[in-house]
Design a protein around this ligand. Structure first.
Ligand SMILES: Cc1ncc(COP(=O)(O)O)c(C=O)c1O
Length: 397
């Protein structure tokens, strides 16, 4: 029966990774992968994670299941991180949070819960967006549509076009919003735009579905939750999905959460029971190890402070590299003004060069990026930034 299956198109990023591995040039540079890298090009285990991991392994005396909704300490710690501990929705018993296998698992649980609450519900997804948003949410039976988000010509959020589309959405429809560090464009909503979007959701009865996969990597843990907190304080129903892949470097441990703000504590209980039931039907129980690490870190003042510092270093490196790259490109008097890169946040930005120029960078200069010209800023370091800037300037001549 398997012969009936259709061939799958190769994953664009995995294809570039294969080309990169096959390149024998010792000076090759990979700006395509979607993980954080340090100055040495490594994605290390955080010191705070190592310490928590040691303590957990020492103390662990059973590998029995934890719970369908996961680790309770993790769920409470993540909810506080998302909303702030004095948030009215949290204090009012209107938040239900379940641990999930990564942010992807969180999107899936949330997607199924939304589809169960409102069959054939429509979700508006930003164009562009993380390439897995649409296939992943399609699997939960939601109807998907895009809204314009990025103005490629001016390298900024096309807020008028976004609002123009969403202002035609119907009550009860859902808007998927990147909470910070937009993947792939790096252009985030300003506080004024969050305010306007909250008013729009209020006016039209839309439900925000916020993907906060990079909390702490833009401006700070509190600052990056600004939009999610604002919407959760003003709107009756909000969904927030978070991930510990990037901000704690726990990629392979698969740690994330789906968190739901409901209009009443009674509705919140229904949400928790149904989100647990959805999880039971997909994967039964979430993995424990990564969530146990996060819970340990969040509830231990010393480890938490160490993690916050490590996160600050990652963020500082990303924002510093953005500025450095802009300065290096400006010094080469490129025909494109790249100053927008320093205003964008997180790991990604579009350079805004053509596909042909991206291919030249790969074939002639051994610099690899996605064909859309999306680069992972963390792939740059102080040793390769001049090579990168020289090559970009050369293909723009
Ligand atoms: C915007 C966005 N959401 C969700 C995820 C999923 O992350 P996870 O690895 O935790 O499943 C990613 C990962 O790259 C992402 O960029």
């Amino acid at each position: 029966m398997f012969e009936t299956l259709k061939p799958m198109p190769p994953d664009a990023i995995l294809g570039i990774m294969t080309l990169f591995r096959a390149d024998k040039d010792p000076g090759k540079i990979d700006l395509s992968v979607g993980v954080y890298q340090d100055e040495q090009g490594l994605t290390p285990v955080l010191a705070s994670v190592k310490r928590a991991e040691k303590a957990i392994i020492e103390a662990q005396d059973s590998k029995t299941y934890v719970a369908i909704a996961g680790n309770a300490g993790f769920n409470s710690g993540i909810a506080e991180l998302l909303y702030g501990k004095d948030h009215p929705a949290l204090k009012g018993g209107r938040v239900a949070t379940v641990q999930t296998p990564g942010g992807s698992g969180g999107l899936s649980v949330a997607g199924h819960l939304l589809a169960r609450s409102k069959p054939n519900a429509r979700v508006y997804v930003s164009d562009p967006s993380w390439p897995n948003h649409i296939p992943l949410l399609k699997m939960s039976g939601l109807e998907l549509e895009t809204y314009p988000y990025y103005d490629y010509a001016h390298h900024r959020v096309d807020f008028d076009a976004m609002v123009g589309k969403l202002d035609k959405a119907k009550a009860g429809e859902i808007v998927l919003i990147h909470g910070c560090c937009h993947n792939p464009c790096g252009a985030d909503l300003s506080r004024e735009q969050w305010e306007a979007l909250t008013q729009l959701c209020e006016r039209r009865g839309l439900v925000p579905f916020i993907d906060l996969a990079y909390q702490g990597l833009s401006e700070g843990l509190e600052e990056d939750a600004y939009g999610a907190r604002l919407m959760a304080s003003r709107l009756p129903e909000v969904v927030v999905v978070s991930s510990c892949s990037k901000n704690l470097g726990l990629y392979r441990e698969r740690v994330g959460a789906a968190s739901f703000v409901s209009a009443t504590p009674e509705a919140s209980k229904l949400v928790l029971a149904n989100a647990s039931n959805v999880a039971r039907g997909i994967y039964s129980m979430p993995p424990d190890h990564g969530a146990a690490i996060v819970s340990y870190i969040l509830h231990d003042a010393g480890l938490r402070a160490q993690w916050v510092k490590e996160l600050e270093e990652m963020r500082g490196r990303l924002n510093g590299l953005r500025k450095l790259l802009v300065d290096k490109l400006a010094a080469r008097k490129t025909p494109i003004d790249f100053s927008f890169i320093a205003k964008e946040r997180g790991m990604f930005s579009f350079l805004g060069i053509t596909k042909e120029q991206v291919i030249r960078l790969r074939d002639e200069f051994h610099i690899y990026m996605v064909e859309s010209s999306r680069v992972n800023i963390a792939g740059i370091n102080h040793s390769n930034v001049d090579t990168v800037a020289d090559a970009i300037a050369a293909v723009l001549k």
